[in-house]
Design a protein around this ligand. Structure first.
Ligand code: ADP
Ligand code: MG
Length: 660
């Protein structure tokens, strides 16, 4: 800084070759302005200047923080005395150079001072960097400590969860015997064996699976290699010698190299849940049984009251013929109601005697429609939407009609103000679907849940028996079909009966009207029946018809007769008898001994195993009346025995008696 241009020029010339940036200011004010914005290594300051002199400028430079340590060298031509030089140093100069300046001296002084400045700067940077390093180190250390603490907390929590939950976490091989790599400690609480036992002995886990479950477990877990997951429940032999039900679920985890995959899984003790489920199912069953017996008792007591009451009166005092006839009629009606009731119960328990034939569903519905129209009344319209193709199902026609009638009656009850009942048919893969839809009140979910239960009804006493849908359900299930049901409150209900498809419709024997006249005969009949009252009654019926009757109360007695040379034309036997030999096997033995022997079986209900067997021989359902029995006997006695099975559908259809 110099106000004299020539002096400044001389200094610039002297310093140029050093290669530094040289800035010239022409006054103290200008110098201070530049010092505000730029950084300088050295200030050469003329002491004698107009306005602000060198001392004042130096004092200001020193007083500012930014420039406090920037070295100042005074240049002076005038003040060479000691007092001035001293003042110059006092105001912050590091050196005083006298003018005219010797370029060489100026150059070396500037070089030294600039080097000093650069060294100082470098040192400052170095120490700042070191400080930064120190700070950074401290910060990282603090962060690390924090993360470590968080990690430790997480680990502790995970461990606590694993330890306290009744869940075993495991990882293991995907190949049998699925050797475990890791098993959490909870395994000890569940099984009584330590986790290390499982890891040390690769086959230990599978070795204690119940033998009946092992194959299924191996198969399901192995399948996870393809499906990616598995869920399996099995019995496992614990240390205390008891089996527990374990639920094991897992996923296949792809490993990093994509090769050796392993299973990650959890095992739960499902023993309690399983036994609760079993208890619940048992309780439900007992509930249903209770409801069933209650319902049966109620209905039977009513009809027995009628039977016993009338018989009592008849036994007490003689009445005229007309009254007697009325009473007998009442007793018969009550007994018939009892018969229908047992039929429905058998239908529900799927123990009824079905005579399935291959039937044309559309033809059956069309033929039955007039009866349905009559049942639903005038307020409800019936629409049939029958498939154009002939649909054949394998089912018992009488039972199917009964089911349709039960559904139609329910639909009518659901549409007290009238509405629409639609019956549609279609084929769906292996099933013929019969859809029965109404536009009635619909059902709440609670009702929907229970409609198929026997005796479940929402109707008032006397209006509903609660057996209609039980019959539908039992019949369809026993026919290897399914019932589906959709209902929306206020909109209506749809039932779908799905029955197995069959091929050609059988030539369906026209419903044989119950014979008007009762035809007897003189042939010899062997009657086998274990119930003495039924035996006596049958004996009376047959003798009354003119037949010659031999009786036996069990299969062995009957065999003795058959083995003798007593002449017999027909064996009429009960199916279910005490003593282990059923009517069916009796009939088979009898046929072997006497190939031409006619056989007629009778049964109140057919046990599940016997349902198929009875197709070998004609069957007459109990309870039977004289008219049906006599017709059946004549049909058999008037035709020779064929060794083939009874042709399907040859049984005369009964009138639909089981409808509500
Ligand atoms: P019931 O008709 O004698 O009551 P069901 O077994 O036929 O016995 O029906 C049981 C119950 O199911 C009925 O009481 C009724 O609440 C309900 N239900 C059956 N069919 C229908 C229907 N189409 N619409 C609404 N509710 C129905
Ligand atoms: Mg009903």
């Amino acid at each position: 800084m110099d106000d004299d241009e020539r002096n400044a020029f001389a200094a610039v010339q002297a310093l140029e070759e050093l290669g530094h940036d040289l800035i010239v200011a022409r006054s103290g004010e200008e110098a201070l302005r530049r010092l505000l914005t730029e950084q300088f290594a050295l200030i050469l300051l003329d002491l004698h200047m107009p306005g602000m002199d060198g001392y004042e400028t130096a004092a200001l430079i020193r007083s500012r923080k930014r420039t406090a340590s920037t070295p100042i060298v005074f240049l002076t031509a005038i003040f060479r005395d000691e007092a001035h030089v001293f003042q110059a140093y006092a105001s912050g100069a590091v050196d005083v150079v006298f003018k005219p300046v010797d370029p060489f001296i100026l150059k070396s002084k500037v070089t030294v001072l600039v080097d000093l400045y650069l060294a100082t700067e470098a040192m400052k940077r170095q120490s700042a960097y070191q400080q930064w390093l120190l700070d950074e180190h401290a910060r990282v250390k603090a962060e690390k400590a924090l993360t470590e603490r968080a990690l430790a907390r997480t680990e502790a929590r995970q461990e606590a969860i694993l330890r306290s939950l009744p869940i075993v976490v495991h990882s293991r091989s995907i190949e049998p015997p699925f050797a475990p790599q890791f098993v959490s400690d909870a395994v000890e609480k569940i099984t009584g064996f330590t986790a290390s036992r499982f890891v040390d002995e690769p086959g230990f886990g599978t070795s204690r699976i119940h033998p009946d479950d092992l194959e299924m477990v191996v198969q399901k877990v192995s399948a996870s290699a393809i499906t990616g997951h598995y869920s399996v429940e099995f019995r496992w032999l614990c240390a205390d010698g008891q089996y527990k039900v374990l639920l094991d679920e897992g996923v296949v985890a792809p490993s990093d190299d994509g090769e050796a995959r392993e299973i990650f899984g959890v095992i739960l003790d499902a023993t309690d849940r399983r036994s609760l489920e079993e208890q619940l199912a048992q309780a439900r069953k007992m509930d249903a049984v209770g409801q069933l017996t209650g319902g049966v008792a109620h209905d039977f007591n009513n009809l027995l009251t009628v039977v016993l009451g009338n018989i009592d009166i008849m036994a007490r005092k003689p009445e005229d013929d007309e009254r007697r006839a009325r009473r007998i009629d009442a007793v018969r009606q009550a007994a018939e109601r009892g018969r229908d009731l047992t039929k429905q119960l058998l239908a529900f328990s799927r123990r009824q005697h079905l005579s399935p034939v291959s039937l044309d569903v559309n033809a059956l519905i069309e033929g039955f429609a007039p009866l349905i129209r009559q049942a639903i009344g005038e307020a409800v319209t019936l629409d049939l939407l029958l498939d154009d193709a002939t649909l054949c199902a394998h089912a018992d026609p009488t039972q199917l009609e009964t089911a349709l009638l039960n559904l139609a009656v329910n639909a009518r009850d659901a549409m007290p103000e009238g509405g629409q009942l639609m019956i549609a048919t279609r084929r769906d893969r292996d099933h013929v679907v019969i859809e029965v839809r109404d536009t009635g009140v619909g059902m709440s979910p609670e009702v929907l849940d229970r409609v198929f239960e026997p005796f479940f009804t929402t109707k008032e006493v006397g209006k509903g028996s609660g057996l209609g849908l039980s019959q539908v359900y039992g019949f369809v299930r026993q026919s290897d079909g399914e019932v589906q049901l959709h209902s929306t409150v206020g909109q209506g209900t749809t039932f779908c009966l799905r029955l197995p498809v069959s091929d050609e419709p059988d030539a369906r024997a026209e419903p044989e009207a119950a014979p008007a006249t009762v035809e007897g005969g003189r042939e010899r009949i062997l009657v086998v029946e274990d119930d003495p009252t039924v035996l006596t009654l049958t004996l009376d019926m047959l003798s009354g018809l003119g037949y010659q009757v031999v009786t036996a109360t069990n299969a062995n007695e009957a065999l003795e007769v058959i083995q003798s040379d007593a002449p017999i034309d027909l064996l009429f036997s009960d199916v279910v008898m005490p003593g282990g030999v059923s009517g069916v096997s009796l009939a088979r033995t009898a046929r072997e001994l006497r190939p031409g022997l006619r056989v007629l079986l009778t049964s109140g209900y057919v046990g599940e195993g016997a349902v198929l067997e009875t197709k070998e021989f004609p069957l007459l359902d109990k309870p039977y009346e004289t008219r049906l029995l006599s017709a059946k006997l004549r049909t058999l006695l008037d035709h020779p025995v064929t060794r083939s099975r009874r042709p399907r559908g040859s049984r005369p259809r009964q009138t639909s008696a089981a409808a509500e």
